[in-house]
Design a protein around this ligand. Structure first.
Ligand code: PEP
Ligand code: MG
Length: 317
């Protein structure tokens, strides 16, 4: 089965009734980019830039970052886009060279964009590198952990300031939807951005109030919980009211039981772990979009994650 999936890896992901989905990759390095292209990835839906910040003694310089982003764009070529998420550290992801005060609740503390506003030089350096690299391909910038409208407005204002200083053409801007407030207010947030990418790992953690890494809670931290699905539906609805598209870059994009539901809920792009690109594309080619829509509608009426999983049994295993 795996061999056949790989054989057809470069085929597009289209359902049997013609619904086209973009299957892109979650990556953390230039090597990952090469691997994802080799496996049929149609672009990058999430470059976790913290990977390049964490494995070192000092923050990478503007030059170093520009070179890396450019190299990744070159690997992807003109037809594949690259979504770069700005530094998403803090909370459970520490940086050795960035003193962070002890926090009682790191997941509810200075994480993601909140940390970036606290370290504006680091954010501005990264944004300048992204802008300078942007001419080498299709680059979009994405801000993590946005929960309040002011945060996206402030992040955009900083990006715009750096853009004007450099005299570079505008680039598309999106946000992660991983804080429940952003999903609930998707309609208002959609006016501010070009796209949304749902981070189901954190969205599930914050919706169910369960630590995503807690060993005992692991069986219950399920992204197919109907409460999470309702937030995804609300996100897609809000985005579509302003003609914006929605992707998913959290773990559920790589979960074969979730894929039909995500399609049915109107998600246009799945950003998956590299190894699963061929199998997720192959799965989409077996699906009927109209059926996915019916399934999604049904799932939204259910009360437990177990009931949702029972509705979407795994076909092949
Ligand atoms: C997520 O929260 O689902 C996500 C994609 O971001 P990360 O896993 O890097 O927090
Ligand atoms: Mg996250």
């Amino acid at each position: 089965r795996q061999t056949t999936d790989r054989q057809y890896a470069t085929y597009p992901a289209v359902t049997i009734d013609g619904y086209r989905v973009e299957v892109v990759a979650n990556i953390g390095s230039l090597n990952d980019a090469k691997e994802s292209v080799a496996l049929g990835g149609e672009g990058v839906g999430l470059l976790r830039t913290e990977v390049m910040f964490m494995a070192r003694a000092l923050a990478p310089s503007e030059e170093e970052q520009t070179t890396l982003y450019r190299s990744i764009l070159q690997v992807l070529g003109r037809d594949r886009s690259l979504i770069v998420r700005t530094l998403d550290v803090g909370g459970d992801k520490p940086l050795s060279y960035l003193p962070m005060p002890h926090e009682e609740n790191p997941f509810l503390g200075e994480r993601g964009i909140r940390m970036a506003f606290d370290q504006p030089d680091m954010l501005r350096t990264q944004l300048r590198a992204l802008l300078r690299a942007s001419g080498a391909g299709t680059l979009r910038v994405m801000f993590p952990m946005i929960g309040r409208l002011e945060e996206i407005q402030m992040a955009k204002a900083i990006l715009e300031e750096e853009r004007q200083r450099l005299g570079i053409a505008p680039i598309a801007v999106g946000i992660m939807i991983e804080v429940p407030s952003a999903a609930v207010m998707a309609e208002q947030f959609a006016k501010e951005v070009d796209f949304f990418s749902i981070g189901t790992n954190d969205l599930t953690q914050y919706t169910l109030a369960m630590d995503r890494g807690h060993p005992k809670l692991a069986p219950y931290v399920d992204s197919l919980h109907p409460a999470v699905l309702q937030l995804i539906a609300q996100t897609v609805k809000g985005a579509s009211q302003h003609g914006k598209w929605v992707g998913v870059c959290g773990g559920s994009a790589s979960d074969p039981q979730a894929v039909p539901l995500l399609l049915g809920l109107g998600v246009k792009e799945l950003s998956v772990s590299i190894a699963t690109i061929p199998s997720i594309k192959a799965q989409i080619r077996t699906l009927n979009f109209a059926h996915c829509q019916t399934l999604a509608k049904q799932a939204l009426t259910l009360s437990t994650a177990a009931a949702v999983r029972a509705l979407c049994p795994l076909v092949d295993e």
